[in-house]
Each structure stands twice: as structure tokens, then as C-alpha cells.
Design a protein around this ligand. Structure first.
Ligand code: HPA
Length: 235
């Protein structure tokens, strides 16, 4: 079978999936963390794999950049491929002084400048929230292994380059991470009765104009993958 954007067989996916934005990262996770994995999609190079992590069947698929891309994949995965649990693993920007480059942040909820949720929610404000069970398990695990995380409100933007005025407001409202997908993923997951959580590493501190080198990007990414895979075992 295939959907508009995914060309995989009905049972190719696990009900639990990790979703980075970048296809190369999806490949990296499969090659470095999964046993007996196989590639199950390459349409538009949005690579997807299914394999085993400590005996649990897990899929990994990239979702691209932005709400339109991420949500069409999430929707098709849930409605056509029976995916139920989605952990987005990505990078995000930060504005708070106490949040540093490479820190791990978890989006308990996500505000947005996108109209995506308003269009779907008849112009009312939709509180886009993560799944409590996944968030709770990720939190407990991080505590157990002494991994520093920040949990709170994300800001999902349609525009990567945010103006200074908005950055000041995001800081004032204690936003923990700025990304381009989470608010959409959370609402689509809710609509179709699936669970979702975003776990991101801070790749750029926007106020301080700092960004992670490509070498450090990999090691911070590994911490996030490990946390996400171990969380996937518990949910
Ligand atoms: N803004 C939006 N999305 C992002 C950023 C950012 O600064 N960094 C990583 N994803």
C-alpha cells in the first residue's frame, strides 16, 4: 500500500516511532542504534526504517522542516500505518539565560505563530500539549540517569529567523525551545488519538548568537537519541 507521501507496506511500521527532521539523522539512528533494521520508505528521500532496540520494534522516520511537512507525515503514519506513539527528536533554538547550548529540552506544550491549529480549531486557541505518559517517563528517566533537562512551553514558528521583539517576548514567557513542528504534531496526534512528545537539543542560543559546532551536534544528538529510545521502551 501507499499513501500520498509514504510508500511502505501496511505492517512495515512499529506503533512507536522516533522522528528527526533530517533524513540523514533517521539513517544515522537506524545504523547506530537499531538491530535487524530495514529501510521501509524513500519517497522524496524522507527515509524511514524499522528495526529493534533491545527487543522492542521501533521505527524511525524523518519529517522534514515545518508544520506542513511534519504533520502530513504524522497524520499518514497514524491513520494509515497504525502508529500510536511519536517522539520527535530534533534541534531547537533557545532564548533563556539558564538554558545552554546542547541542553535537552522537552516540550510539555507548544505555542505557535502558525495558523495551522486555529484553522483546524475554528479560530479558537488550541492548547497544543504533549502526551503526559511519554513526558512523565522521559522525565523520570532523565532524573534517574542524572541528565539535565528543561521541561516547558515550546514556541513553534513558521519563520526560522525570528525578530528581536518576538525573542524578547519568548524569553519573558519562559519558552524553553523554539522549533518549527511541535505545535502541529501535538494537535494532529490528539485529533487522531495518538501520543506525541518532542525532545530536542539546543542547537542555537538565539539571544546570545551562539550555535553548536557540527562535531558537538553529534554528541548532544546521541544523548537525546538514548533518552528517546529508553523512553520508548517504557511507553
Ligand atoms: N528557530 C526555529 N527552529 C529552530 C531553531 C531556531 O532558532 N533552531 C533549531 N530549530
Amino acid at each position: 500500500m501507499s499513501t500520498f507521501h509514504i510508500n511502505s507496506k501496511k505492517n512495515d511500521f512499529s506503533d512507536t516511532i522516533l522522528m528527526p527532521g533530517d533524513p540523514i539523522r533517521a539513517k544515522y539512528i537506524a545504523e547506530n542504534y537499531l538491530n535487524n533494521f530495514k529501510q521501509i520508505n524513500k519517497t522524496r528521500l524522507m527515509l524511514a526504517y524499522t528495526g529493534y532496540y533491545k527487543d522492542k520494534k521501533i521505527s524511525v522516520m524523518s519529517h522534514g522542516i515545518g508544520i506542513p511537512s511534519a504533520t502530513l507525515y504524522v497524520r499518514e503514519l497514524i491513520t494509515e500505518y497504525n502508529v500510536k506513539k511519536i517522539i520527535r527528536i530534533g534541534t531547537c533554538g533557545a532564548v533563556r539565560d539558564d538554558i545552554k547550548l546542547r541542553d535537552i529540552v522537552i516540550g510539555l506544550g507548544a505555542s505557535t505563530d502558525s495558523k495551522f491549529n486555529r484553522i483546524r480549531f475554528q479560530n479558537h486557541d488550541y492548547a497544543a500539549i504533549s502526551d503526559f505518559n511519554i513526558a512523565y517517563n522521559a522525565f523520570l528517566l532523565a532524573k534517574k540517569i542524572n541528565l539535565k533537562i528543561h521541561i516547558g512551553n515550546f514556541f513553534t514558528t513558521d519563520s526560522f529567523y525570528t525578530d528581536q521583539n518576538m525573542l524578547d517576548i519568548l524569553k519573558k514567557y519562559n519558552i524553553v525551545g523554539i522549533d518549527m513542528e511541535t505545535a502541529g504534531i501535538y494537535s494532529v496526534a490528539s485529533e487522531f488519538k495518538a501520543q506525541a512528545l518532542s525532545i530536542c537539543t539546543v542547537s542555537d542560543h538565539i539571544s546570545k548568537k551562539e550555535s553548536v559546532s557540527s562535531k558537538d551536534r553529534e554528541s548532544s544528538f546521541n544523548e537525546m537519541i538514548a533518552l528517546s529510545l529508553e523512553t520508548a521502551l517504557l511507553i
